[in-house]
Design a binder for this molecule. Structure first.
Ligand SMILES: Nc1ncnc2c1ncn2[C@@H]1O[C@H](COP(=O)(O)OP(=O)(O)OP(=O)(O)O)[C@@H](O)[C@H]1O
Ligand SMILES: [Mg+2]
Length: 270
């Protein structure tokens, strides 16, 4: 059977973005089929989070197009984008939980902000979402009272609050031990299967990437240098990709940041 555009939940076409005179994303193109988990990998500073920020509409590209469920989003105004946002959930690299709110209130926030539901219905939904991520009964704690892995799971529950079709996760396992990494990975795979979601996951963790990905792209200096199934990526001879996957110190990936990059990185605000 031939593929139709409806088979794809996300498509990025020739995306380009500069910050000042620096090219951060150059001609980035890829497609994601419904039900798949796409891994975006690449070294620190290669543009992964910037790419995600464009896909969720918080940054606008210089050129290129992004289709979510067939709808082009780069030219939408705030109202149009707010509608599209209901279709996806995002787990941010820093967790982005509000420390002054309880776990339950953090998860309830997107529900109360974007629909007319009563607080008792929201409470019920929060319970369900926390149950999905294995945190039943934790709603009254504050983020400071739970572990890093639990915070990621609360972030995941919040990302799932509005029953999205598409889930974005930026470094969901960064800073977690191997067991908690495995818990989050299993949860991501289970949830996509159970809830019929598609997901885009940014990660440096190659064990995680090959454990959960059904499609992968490798970014290098803002360009896609390889894409394919995990099997195709494993067999791809590109030297930069090989060095990244094997974690070799020697190879074509430059190690030094320019002073300019270093200062920019220091000033970067999530
Ligand atoms: N708002 C901004 N203004 C200027 N430069 C920026 C801005 N946001 C990101 N950059 C620069 O864009 C480049 C890519 O940053 P980005 O955060 O996308 O990298 P990343 O691949 O997510 O890195 P990491 O793995 O460390 O999270 C970096 O050099 C960064 O300094
Ligand atoms: Mg990042």
């Amino acid at each position: 059977m031939s593929e139709t555009n409806d088979d794809y939940i996300l498509e990025v076409r020739n995306l380009c973005r500069k910050f000042g005179s620096r090219k951060i994303l150059t001609d980035v193109s890829f497609k994601l089929k419904r039900g798949e988990i796409l891994i975006i990998m690449g070294g620190s500073g290669c543009g992964k989070s910037t790419l995600l920020r464009h896909i969720i509409g918080s940054l606008k590209p210089d050129s290129g197009e992004i289709f979510i469920g067939g709808q082009e989003i780069t030219k939408l105004d705030d109202r149009g984008m707010a509608k599209v946002r209901k279709r996806f959930g995002m787990l941010f690299q820093t967790g982005a939980l509000f420390n002054s709110l309880t776990v339950g209130d953090n998860v309830a926030l997107p529900i109360l902000e974007s629909s007319d539901v009563s607080s008792s219905i929201a409470e019920l939904v929060v319970k369900l979402k926390l149950e999905l991520v294995g945190l039943t009964g934790f709603e009254h704690l504050k983020p400071a009272e739970i572990s890093g892995g639990m915070k990621k799971r609360v972030g995941l529950a919040r990302a799932l609050a509005l029953d999205p079709e598409l889930l974005f996760c930026d470094e969901p396992t960064a800073g977690l031990d191997p067991v908690m990494t495995s818990v989050i990975d299993t949860l991501t795979v289970d949830l996509t299967k159970k809830l019929g979601l598609s997901a885009v996951v940014v990660t440096h963790d190659m064990t995680s990437a090959f454990r959960i990905g059904t499609q992968m792209i490798m970014l290098f200096e803002g360009r896609v240098i390889a894409q394919g199934t995990p099997e195709e990526i494993r067999n791809n001879p590109d030297p930069i990709l090989r060095q990244f996957i094997n974690g070799d110190a020697d190879g074509p990936i430059p190690l030094k940041l320019s002073k300019d990059d270093y200062l920019k990185r220091l000033m970067q605000v999530e």
